[in-house]
Write a protein that binds this ligand. Structure first.
Ligand code: ZN
Length: 266
């Protein structure tokens, strides 16, 4: 019977790193305790039953024992293994990016349920291919920024507070949102923001993911959104997200494959 030194929690595995010859330290994101680290003993041994349940991006139920420094995972039960996601380079690169964002933006905190639910949703949307994985990531970034207090201001100008005209405006990660053409000179600008990109940013703040998924977002528009949101995130975190480079490599590979396929068809 678990005593008072044991507790159970649902978790998503964000990261793993080696500890000694046989163990790993697992970074977990939980609905009630925020981000925690725990030891998974013996998972580097081939016979470990625990190993398959604590893979990166797995969704599981865990029983943990409170340790002096780190807690120890004593039991694990898989809720969602997302095997098809982990075996697809295109999806896993985006999944790891989402996990890294959560790891970097969050800490041990009591109220992490909305962010936890969002991360579970993202893994499910990607696995179900409800929308292109990059569109899922943009929605995730917008919602994460919102939940953690970095909501981009897209309804009115960040400098004068006036309405944004239906023409090219300007994104300012520095000022936390969109600046109108008249205020452009007064704020540090990350780049121009087209009319359609502004519409999608607003939609991402207001609409459900299902509604966003119904809107076709072309690759060029997706890239424009990616640039601005990435800039916003780097500015809010005050550093780069490492796995963004991995996503970029995979995107380049996908572009080459698309071009090759076009060549074959043409
Ligand atoms: Zn203005």
């Amino acid at each position: 019977m678990p005593g008072s030194r044991s507790y159970s929690t649902e978790a998503i595995v964000l990261r793993q790193r080696r500890l000694g010859d046989a163990d790993k330290i697992i970074t977990l994101f939980t609905p009630d305790y925020g981000r925690i680290e725990a030891v998974a003993k013996g998972v580097r041994r081939s016979k470990s039953r625990l190993a398959g349940h604590v893979e990166v991006l797995s969704h599981c139920n865990l029983l943990l024992h409170r340790g002096r420094s780190l807690d120890v995972i004593t039991q694990a039960q898989l809720i969602g293994g997302y095997r098809s996601l982990r075996e697809d380079l295109s999806l896993v690169s985006r999944g790891l990016y989402a996990a890294e964002l959560v790891e970097r933006f969050t800490d041990v905190s009591a109220d992490s349920l909305p962010t936890f639910r969002l991360l579970v949703d993202v893994l499910q949307w990607m696995t179900a291919r409800t929308a292109p994985p990059d569109v899922v990531l943009r929605y995730f970034e917008m919602r994460l920024l919102d939940e953690l207090g970095y909501r981009p201001q897209v309804d009115c100008c960040v400098a004068c507070g006036g309405a944004l005209p239906p023409e090219t405006n300007y994104y300012s990660a520095h000022a936390g949102g969109v600046a109108c053409p008249s205020c452009r000179a007064g704020v540090q600008i990350s780049g121009p923001l087209g009319v359609n990109a502004l519409k999608v940013l607003r939609l991402m703040q207001r609409a459900s993911f299902e509604d966003l998924a119904r809107v076709g977002i072309e690759p060029a528009l997706q890239l424009e959104l990616e640039r601005h949101l990435r800039e916003h995130i780097n500015f809010s975190l005050d550093r780069e997200v490492r796995s963004a480079a991995f996503v970029r490599d995979v995107q380049r590979q996908e572009e080459r494959l698309l071009l090759a396929a076009d060549g074959v068809q043409g």
